[in-house]
Design a binder for this molecule. Structure first.
Ligand SMILES: *Cc1c(COP(=O)(O)O)cnc(C)c1O
Length: 384
């Protein structure tokens, strides 16, 4: 036990996954082919969206996501400072302005009230969209955000990278899965190995809008389509209708994704068992992310807040428990500091960042390993 390395997250690759990749390598398709199509269909059906577009990573998905939603140079978009930089960077890729609103101190998610305040402090039309993040796997209350967005004519691009399988019950008690295309215009998922579903690199954009779907398809593949081919054209005919990219994923990565997706539900159940055990151990002693009623946290992360965070981080690392910090607030990263937008008060995010630490959270974490992690955390504070 003492020599075992325990990371904060880890992929789970089994024989079935490996065989699925090998089988695809022996087929006629290496780049985008039938496995990509199958992955898209299965993923769309899993989250309950009409359409899904697989891409080579979630950052690419966010990029073509904001483009498909019509983001242009100078347009302003609101997001949370407690996220991975890519949630904000996608706005910068097209020359847009990133505005941060503060987080909720209990859920660590983009605060609905702070977002509303920020929107209402500016004239109508000032902002174009919102990029809320299902941080740690906890779904954003998109029903509330949707109502706000409709009122102010804004789109919503949900960064659901942490939350495949997460859901909430809306006011009609309907189960709303992250990325189902009901309340967000589009949603983005990541298949980086630390996330729920590992493809090596990979991502998915889901939507229920045919218009957005078609735009995503174009942008993923150089802006090229064959859809206007008529009988007067030869088979080589194609049109480049817009300036797109090569953001395609390979068929063998999609084969891995399909195999991984089939275990996601089990993985989310296991992640919630691990979360329950942490909560039982820490209840009343150590603060952790609050789960609002009627929400299911998909638990990409399990975050606690502590004093002497650096001390605990170092102590855990000495014991080969590789806890991690999520995240350095995006507005404090040098690139964003140097841009120097008019900054609103982000004290919740800054206070959260001074205390947060993410504990090991992945389906293959054993009970024994988890007990060891909990024991070491209490050891650290009792020895002080
Ligand atoms: C991982 C992550 C991304 C980027 O995903 P990639 O697939 O690595 O590009 C974007 N947003 C969030 C919140 C993430 O956690």
């Amino acid at each position: 036990m003492e020599n075992r390395i325990i990371p904060y997250g880890r992929q789970d690759i089994n024989e079935e996954d490996i065989n699925a990749v090998i089988e695809t390598l022996k087929s006629d398709f290496l780049t985008q082919g039938p496995k990509v199509k199958e992955f898209e269909e299965k993923f769309a059906s899993y989250v309950g969206a009409k359409y899904a577009v697989a891409v080579n990573n979630a950052t690419a998905g966010l990029h073509i996501g904001v483009m498909a939603l019509g983001l242009k140079k100078g347009d302003r978009v609101i997001t949370t400072p407690i996220t991975f930089a890519a949630s904000a960077n996608c706005v910068r890729f097209v020359g847009g302005e990133v505005w941060f609103a503060d987080i909720d101190r209990d859920t660590y998610l983009l605060s609905f009230e702070k977002t509303k305040e920020l929107i209402e402090s500016k004239p109508k039309g000032f902002f174009k969209g919102i990029i809320p993040v299902d941080f740690a796997g906890l779904p954003v209350d998109l029903e509330a955000f949707r109502a706000l967005a409709l009122q102010h004519d804004l789109w919503i691009l949900e960064d659901a990278c942490h939350a495949p399988g997460g859901y909430f019950l809306d006011s009609k008690k309907q189960k709303q899965f992250c990325g189902n295309g009901i309340y967000a215009n589009a949603s983005v998922f990541s298949f980086h190995p630390v996330k729920h579903i590992a493809c090596g690199e990979g991502g998915m954009v889901t939507t229920s809008s045919e218009e957005i779907y078609k735009e995503l398809l174009l942008l993923r593949s150089h802006g090229i389509t064959k859809e206007n081919m008529s009988e007067n054209h030869g088979g080589w005919f194609y049109e480049m209708q817009t300036l797109g990219f090569n953001y395609r994923i390979t068929d063998f990565q999609a084969a891995l994704g399909i195999s991984q997706l089939s275990r996601n539900e089990k993985g989310v159940v296991r992640r919630n068992e691990i979360a329950s055990r942490y909560k039982e151990a820490f209840n009343g002693k150590i603060k952790f992310q609050i789960l609002p009623e009627n929400f299911l946290n998909a638990h990409h992360l399990f975050v606690i807040e502590v004093n002497d965070r650096k001390g605990l981080y170092d102590y855990l690392h000495e014991n080969k428990i590789f806890a991690q910090i999520h995240y350095i607030p995006v507005h404090q990263l040098p690139y964003y500091k140097n841009i120097g937008y008019e900054m609103v008060d982000l004290t919740n995010a800054e206070d959260y960042y001074s205390k947060c630490i993410s504990l090991p959270m992945y389906p293959s974490l054993s009970d024994e390993e988890q007990f060891f992690v909990i024991e070491k955390i209490f050891d650290f504070y009792e020895s002080k």
